[in-house]
Design a protein around this ligand. Structure first.
Ligand code: FE
Length: 349
């Protein structure tokens, strides 16, 4: 009995180690993904279909993925890492979790301000889709002109009206990191202090929760990424579309530096066991097929040069086009440490 059960245990242990990860000769890549978008399955299937490379996926949030990669070290089975924010991509780069790549396909396709900083070793990461961080307001309670710039959100006239998710969430850290480039440090900290004193409630929930609370009137104005709005607009639930009837959308700062744009991006993992396949996957993400998926499947803007979008929800929201800020996302990511210290000082939770 003892022998049998210990054999059973050994087998079970061996299987539990081997099962999630196929061997290199199986033509497979392991992707650690923080993309939280249900339709992405189609994207992965299309890659496997066109290359014969199988995908094994680990889904977690950005912080969970970085923690896991650090814990696994050189033994990590990760080949590709997908993260959904410039500040996280920068953090992973600085922590040495990426293997820089040299790829003419990627260099030609992805604009230079939407990638990590290139060194002699190559480029650490690339953005593959973009999203704007916009302002939503309650149409019945707040005039659009009162909330059409990020700066105005901190003005006394918006006291008691503002809702946001946690200040430390990467989407906000990146927006605040961009503000630091536009305004300088002293003015950015004063602005953050103004945001805190204008809060309708303590930061809670995700972007969709802020949109819904703005529609209900609990908040007068909020910050959100664009794809959450498009998702509600395109929802088959009448109550979601009713939410969108009650709110207006502003692409802020159209007469100054433009609306803050963040990216979702990817990299080859530092300890990738299949780096060539991993690079093939990144190059696939820059293809027309994948870029069109980002626009239509997940309501993001494609970033590869020469790709046109056809997403009525995004188009109606932005009026067809909008002015986006042009600072490199790598700088935005880099500012997050400074910005987090400001948040601690002004009590932005
Ligand atoms: Fe998101």
């Amino acid at each position: 009995m003892k022998t049998l059960s210990s054999i059973g245990l050994t087998l079970a242990a061996a299987l539990s180690c081997a099962a999630p990860w196929a061997h290199a000769q199986d033509k497979v890549i392991n992707i650690y993904s923080a993309r939280h978008y249900p339709g992405d399955v189609q994207l992965y299937a299309a890659f496997t279909q066109s290359t014969g490379i199988q995908i094994k996926r680990v889904d977690a949030d950005d912080a969970g993925i970085l923690q896991r990669l650090r814990a696994e070290g050189a033994a990590s089975p990760a080949d590709v890492i997908l993260l959904v924010d410039a500040s996280r991509l920068w953090r992973a780069e600085v922590d040495g979790l990426f293997a820089p790549v040299k790829s003419k396909v990627l260099e030609d396709a992805i604009p230079v301000q939407l990638r990590g900083k290139t060194s002699a070793d190559g480029t650490p990461w690339f953005g593959f889709s973009s999203r704007a961080r916009v302002i939503v307001y309650n149409k019945a309670g707040v005039p659009k002109g009162q909330v059409d710039t990020y700066e105005k959100l901190a003005e006394p006239k918006n006291k008691g009206l503002l809702c946001t998710r946690s200040g430390s969430h990467p989407y906000n850290l990146s927006l605040f990191g961009a503000m630091n480039e536009h305004l300088g440090s002293a003015a950015t900290e004063a602005w953050l202090k103004g945001l805190v004193s204008n809060m309708a409630r303590n930061p809670v929930g995700g972007d969709t929760d802020q949109i819904k609370a703005t529609a209900s009137g609990e908040c007068g104005v909020a910050l959100t990424n664009t794809y959450y709005l498009a998702r509600l607009m395109r929802s088959d639930k009448a109550e979601d579309r009713a939410v969108m009837d009650k709110v207006g959308v502003v692409f802020p700062n159209q007469s100054s530096w433009g609306t803050h744009v963040n990216i979702a991006g990817g990299a080859v993992a530092k300890n990738a066991k299949n780096p060539a396949y991993a690079l093939q996957f990144l190059e696939f993400l820059a293809s027309t097929q994948a870029q069109e998926y980002f626009a239509n499947g997940n309501n993001e803007w494609p970033v590869a040069k020469g790709i046109k979008i056809s997403n009525p929800a995004l188009e109606s929201m932005s009026g067809g086009s909008f002015k986006a800020e042009t600072i490199p996302v790598s700088i935005v990511g880099m500012n997050q440490v400074k910005v987090q210290q400001m948040l601690d000082r002004v009590g932005y939770r």
